[in-house]
Design a protein around this ligand. Structure first.
Ligand SMILES: NC(=O)c1ccc[n+]([C@@H]2O[C@H](COP(=O)([O-])OP(=O)(O)OC[C@H]3O[C@@H](n4cnc5c(N)ncnc54)[C@H](O)[C@@H]3O)[C@@H](O)[C@H]2O)c1
Length: 308
């Protein structure tokens, strides 16, 4: 097993994608520190790993603060003697349009995702550098962070920020042999359960049936387990050359995202004054679309309410 002897922390791993990541890392041989705010799901997650022959311990604490980050790293070191892998996965949603979004909606999402990623990675990277461990930092982004999404100001800011931090950490940690990458997952979990577009896929999953090929293939939408293999791969020694990347995975689909690049470069002697822009901008401008691209749902996969 390729992760034998390694120790991992997965934040928000009581259920959903985090649970699938923790279970897969354990299946590949890593000892895992499970973390969640929900004590019961954290205990169940640990039991699911240990009953399958793996090693796991839990830390019930909210990710966001430096205190929790220190507790997570300390638990890994105290329990298993080291830390090799950190997956920052914990997350919450407070969706609403900009003009209805409260300060609390914004701060809560930024606090868990962006601050939680920052504090945990700072703690883990500090430990890995001090102990000369060629560690693996895997942070969880979202298609919303890559392209924007209606009703998700807070979440888009947090997830785009995470990918921005990952690019920076890839530069800062490279010399220490530590990689930092972002995974952009899409999967059936509590977080996607209420999206009408995914209803037919969620129903199939709930009934233990395979999801329709449209979801798995065309949309790249599958189960949490479909994402877990990439997490374990990026955590392995074989992935030492993968650094600073944002890699999307869902269902049967894997996508390597580009980093933002200028699509138009133009020069104007003396600089781009208001008058110069009036004269030339229209001829240079190329409109780019924003938002996630969802192909139209086939008729037989429409949500029941829309079909009726
Ligand atoms: N499901 C998707 O399609 C999808 C798509 C893109 C990104 N993501 C991201 O994947 C991650 C996991 O999402 P999911 O779909 O499994 O959601 P989920 O709601 O099923 O799981 C999130 C887990 O995080 C825990 N959590 C919440 N706040 C926490 C905190 N402060 N500290 C520790 N744990 C906390 C929750 O209790 C829960 O167990 C999130 O970062 C999410 O933004 C999910």
């Amino acid at each position: 097993m390729s992760l034998q002897g390694k120790v991992a922390i997965v934040t928000g791993s009581g259920r959903g994608l985090g649970l699938a990541y923790a279970q897969e890392l354990a299946r590949q041989g890593a000892a895992v520190v499970v973390n969640d705010v929900d004590a019961a799901t954290a205990a169940d997650a640990v039991a699911s790993i240990t009953s399958a022959g793996g090693q796991a311990v839990s830390v019930v604490a909210p990710v966001g603060s430096t205190e929790t980050a220190k507790q997570l790293v300390q638990t890994a070191v105290d329990t298993y003697g080291r830390l090799d892998i950190l997956v920052t996965n914990a997350g919450v949603l407070r969706d609403t349009v900009l003009w209805k979004m409260s300060d609390d909606d914004f701060d809560t999402v930024i606090g868990v995702h962006l601050r939680g990623t920052f504090t945990c990675v700072r703690e883990a990277a500090t430990y890995m550098r001090a102990n000369e461990i060629a560690g693996r930092i895997i942070c969880i982004g979202s298609p919303t962070g890559q392209r924007g999404n209606f009703g998700q100001t807070n979440y888009a800011a947090a997830k785009a920020g995470i990918v921005g931090m990952v690019r920076t950490w890839a530069l800062e940690l490279k010399k220490a042999g530590i990689t930092a990458n972002a995974v952009i997952p899409v999967a059936a979990t509590a977080m996607t359960a209420t999206v009408p577009y995914f209803a037919a896929a969620m129903e199939a999953d709930a009934q233990g049936e395979p999801m329709p090929p449209f979801f798995r293939h065309d949309l790249g939408f599958g189960t949490a387990d479909d994402v877990a293999g990439l997490i374990a791969y990026l955590a392995s020694d074989e992935a030492s050359g993968v650094n600073g990347q944002a890699i999307g995975v869902g269902g049967d689909r894997l996508q390597v995202w580009s980093h933002p690049e200028p699509v138009v470069t133009a020069y104007h002697d003396g600089g781009w004054s208001y008058d110069a822009l009036h004269a030339d901008f229209a001829g240079l401008f190329q409109a780019q679309d924003v938002g996630e691209k969802f192909p139209p749902l086939p008729d037989d996969l429409q949500p029941t309410a829309a079909k009726a």
